[in-house]
Design a protein around this ligand. Structure first.
Ligand code: AMP
Ligand code: GLY
Length: 421
């Protein structure tokens, strides 16, 4: 069969590469993808993620069995609804189901109504009301733009002044446009953060190995929030009992809630969780795979990924299996200056193969040559699987020491929390 993946980042590279490993899959197209993906035999299609009709026409003309949707903005724009209306199968939630991600206020209301543990909060579109709430609650406190803001619309404020500034920027200065026209102000949750993903159809689901992202730009969780600078899975110091509790108190009730609300969920559900003293609590839901977590989770999948997704789309129970030993860890290389301004066009080191996978995000071939150049904030990611976190770190950081990475930067402490650092 032939498949289409929509998106262009490292997440989509990992999804498409895994699909192509299936013996039933002859070709995987990625729209729009990035040039680095072609080194793994993936075929790029020059159509943007918001061009639904062109994507649908491509899928029809090329006999695509089904389409896997990567990014949140495509899901929020209703790409799955449009594919379904055209009689095509697409893996991902409908626009109504994806509201769990595209409106934090909606997610909070669902959690409140169905008793899913999350931080206490208030939602505001009026600055004075937000101000009164922030002053009453005190700091630390978290201010979030209601809508999608590419992971950058969240301010964890250590002082009341910082929180007021954030609310002012979002509500009065329009820093995030419409996404910040409403803000959610919530209680600061203290504890270990982890990401739990599930493949879902209705109330049937399969949990993936838990992962931990590193959202801050620099070592020691310093610097601005980014899309994610590295990840590992599973999380060795996370007790299985915490995962089991999260399944019972969070995943099951939210899927039942979506059914009860007439918004049955199909796709990947991503729960961003903090393991507090009172058990796991939700900081956010996403309606898709995470990036960079996907790049460390999918290499651990030992079943036929294409068959698994086909089964889920057909309402069957998929036979999903995972590697049960070792840990998979990956480090992101980003352009100097990311997540703010950065330059493009830095020449990238050769792709690694074998034990270390290179997944590309912002990468582009130089004109009339096979030199790969940086072309985005996050550029590429090295991922490996080893017996322990230390062994995986040694392997990745050993490889990076041999690579020419001028113009790029990376964190040197990915996986550190697993080692108590
Ligand atoms: P988000 O975009 O919602 O994932 O938030 C970005 C980051 O802010 C998260 O990964 C957390 O590290 C942090 N964060 C968000 N909400 C909270 C909260 N209620 N308490 C503590 N940290 C939070
Ligand atoms: N890893 C964070 C995200 O995908 O939103």
């Amino acid at each position: 069969m032939k498949l289409l993946v929509v998106g262009s980042g490292g997440r989509e590279h990992a999804i498409a590469k895994k699909l192509l490993e299936s013996p039933q899959v002859e070709q995987v197209f990625v729209a729009p993808g990035n040039d680095g993906m072609t080194l793994d035999g993936l075929d790029l299609v020059d159509i943007g993620i918001s061009e639904h009709s062109a994507l649908i026409a491509f899928a029809q003309a090329n006999n695509i069995a089904w389409t896997f949707i990567g990014p949140d903005d495509a899901l929020a724009a209703g790409i799955v609804d449009d594919f379904n209306q055209a009689g095509l199968k697409a893996f991902g939630p409908t626009q109504l189901a994806a509201e769990l991600e595209w409106s934090k206020d909606f997610a909070k209301k669902i959690m409140g109504k169905y008793g899913v543990p999350t931080a206490a909060y208030g939602t505001f579109s009026d600055f004075e009301e937000a101000k009164a709430y922030i002053e009453k609650q005190g700091a630390p406190i978290v201010v979030k733009a209601d809508g999608l803001a590419l992971g950058k619309g969240v301010v964890v404020a250590e002082t009341v002044d910082q929180a007021l500034n954030a609310a002012r920027e979002m509500l009065l200065d329009n820093k995030f446009g419409d996404s910040g026209a409403r803000v959610v102000v919530e209680e600061f949750l203290e504890g270990e953060e982890f990401s739990l993903f599930a493949f879902v159809n209705g109330n049937q689901f399969d949990i993936m190995p838990p992962a931990q992202d590193h959202k801050r730009a620099f070592d020691g969780d310093k610097g601005p929030n980014t899309g994610g600078m590295g990840a590992y899975a599973p999380v060795p110091h996370l007790p299985q009992s915490a995962v089991n509790t999260a399944v019972e108190t969070i995943i099951k009730p939210v899927l039942a809630a979506m059914l009860a609300e007439g918004r049955p969920y199909l796709g990947v559900l991503y729960a961003g969780l903090i393991l507090t003293a009172d058990g796991p609590k939700v900081i956010e839901f996403n309606s898709r795979f995470g990036d960079p977590e996907t790049q460390v989770i999918l290499p651990r999948l030992t079943s036929d990924f294409a068959q698994n997704i086909t089964d889920i789309l057909e309402g069957k129970t998929p036979d999903i299996t995972w590697a049960d030993t070792g840990v998979t860890l990956g480090v992101v290389l980003a352009s100097e200056g990311y997540p703010l301004n950065y330059k493009k066009g830095v020449e990238l080191p050769a792709k690694t193969d074998g034990d270390i996978i290179t997944y590309y995000a912002g990468a582009k071939l130089a004109e009339n040559s096979n030199r790969l150049l940086s072309n985005g904030g996050r550029v590429y990611m090295l991922v490996t699987t080893a017996d322990t976190v230390e062994a995986a770190q040694d392997s990745i950081y050993g490889q990076l020491a041999k690579q020419e990475t001028a113009g790029l930067f990376y964190r040197t402490d990915i996986g550190g929390k697993a080692l108590g650092r």
